[in-house]
Design a protein around this ligand. Sequence first.
Ligand code: ZN
Length: 337
Amino acid sequence: MKVVFSETQRRHDPSFFLSSGTQRPNPEVPRRCDILLRAALGAGLTQIAPDDAGLAPVAAVHKPDYIHFLRHIHARWREIDGASAEVIPNIHPDRRNGAYPASAVGQAGYHMADTACPISAGTYEAALASAHTAYHAAGLVLDGERAAYALCRPPGHHAFADLAGGFCFFNNSGIAAQALRSRYDRVAILDVDLHHGNGTQGMFYGRSDIFTVSVHADPIRFYPFFWGHADERGEGEGLGYNLNLPLPRKTGDEGFLTALDVALDRIAAFAPGALVVALGLDAFEGDPFQELTVTTKGFGRIAARIASLGLPMAIVQEGGYVCDALGDNLASFLGEL
Ligand SMILES: [Zn+2]
């Protein structure tokens, strides 16, 4: 199996994020990819760099004004007298039915869901490289590989069509799924990250050709709070093509695997031609988030069950933060495919 990785992704190196009103060290750091890359190579994967696919894969799922915003906002922000080094919004529309603002401050509020996605000088290039990484992995699957691993960072599953959030800018899993649609009539995205894949859900909420499934910590008391509940099932043509399986706090391997089995049954019934696995490793018991208690061995069991579907798959890295076992958790997952 190949691991797709772009060094350009290191250019996004946020110095902090705001959490509960306090500046904290940002856990979505370049060191994550050093650890994950070493683990992937140790598991026997072959490293390749993604092609520069331009903006087309991103434009297939993101809105033009959002792409333009991400590309130019940092330079515009720095022209504001006394502005911070990294873009962090200070106002948000309380509902998104207001006018589209012309100012950098207004647009930052419009296109950034929270204070956990600071934009620095290298963020756009890194996010685009991350998107290309996912797109390239999907291309390998289209070329006949049984599976390919996209080592993406920044991650993507909290990014909507026109909204960044939660360390995410371009929705890499969504980009991979849309790319796979060029051959397959139906594609499923299975998100096993600790957090609900709200951006992915939002992107495909009205569509029946891409089935979005997420197993995650219950958002009633956890990020992303406003999405990820079991009654969110899609809308219009997409009704019935979104499945959320929220888990109680501290759920471990057995509870996670029970929910996963429900997810896999529904995916099998959908009969997709290919699968995107949005692979977060932050449900780990030792992850800094400390919300669920999946073990290192548990990630191998999750992978084995996903593999039992027998579908070609693009595995797209989402969350999972620096801790002693981060690399072991990826190796455990990859080792069971
Ligand atoms: Zn996460």
